[in-house]
Design a protein around this ligand. Structure first.
Ligand code: SF4
Ligand code: SF4
Length: 177
């Protein structure tokens, strides 16, 4: 059963991350199978998955992944800090569960984002603030044409994520949540 407390979590982000994770997991346990057999949701999920993949391909070819790996290994990679997880709402967490991701019960690095793992970000559906973030180091070191192409992919990814999130929220509202 999903209670009214959970419904509030669907709307806002102002709750501790563990509560939002537990709420998303409850929704996934109750409705996950049904959501994954809904053709409209599945189609949006697949489009989103493809746009995420295209962003990663572009990040690799532009040199972002190599630069960030070096930054994380040698300069402490300052961008996935503690607190970014607070921007996630339950719907985005639920999308990650639908994409096969699972959340840690505690952060791997207590100074880092909850979803940061030993090998970097541990989730598929990242928040728009993560996806959009291109730091000064990347701007100064990487080809502008590659970064422009990356920004085009990022727009497609965030648009697809938004469409899916809105559709899932509507789906849940139709369930009376
Ligand atoms: S985005 Fe910038 S700060 Fe973050 S890991 Fe990459 S190079 Fe480092
Ligand atoms: S990219 Fe992943 S690990 Fe980094 S801040 Fe965003 S969600 Fe957290």
């Amino acid at each position: 059963m999903i209670d009214k407390y959970s419904i509030k979590l669907l709307i806002g982000t102002d709750y501790p991350i563990l509560e939002k994770i537990r709420c998303a997991e409850r929704l996934f346990n109750v409705y996950g199978r049904e959501l994954l057999s809904d053709k409209a949701i599945m189609s949006l999920l697949e489009i989103y998955r493809q746009t995420i993949q295209q962003s990663w391909i572009q990040m690799k070819s532009t040199g972002v992944i190599a630069e960030c790996t070096d930054c994380a290994a040698n300069d402490g990679g300052s961008c996935c800090g503690k607190g970014v997880e607070d921007h996630f709402d339950v719907a985005l967490l639920l999308i990650n569960l639908l994409m096969g991701c699972r959340f840690p019960s505690e952060p791997w690095d207590e100074t880092g984002c909850w979803f940061l793992g030993k090998r970097g970000c541990g989730i598929s559906a990242r928040h728009v603030i993560c996806v959009n973030y291109i730091c000064k180091r990347l701007y100064s070191k990487l080809e502008k044409s590659g970064l422009r192409l990356l920004q085009e992919k990022i727009v497609l990814e965030t648009d697809a994520g938004f469409a899916l999130e809105e559709s899932i929220k509507k789906w849940l509202r139709n369930k009376g949540l």
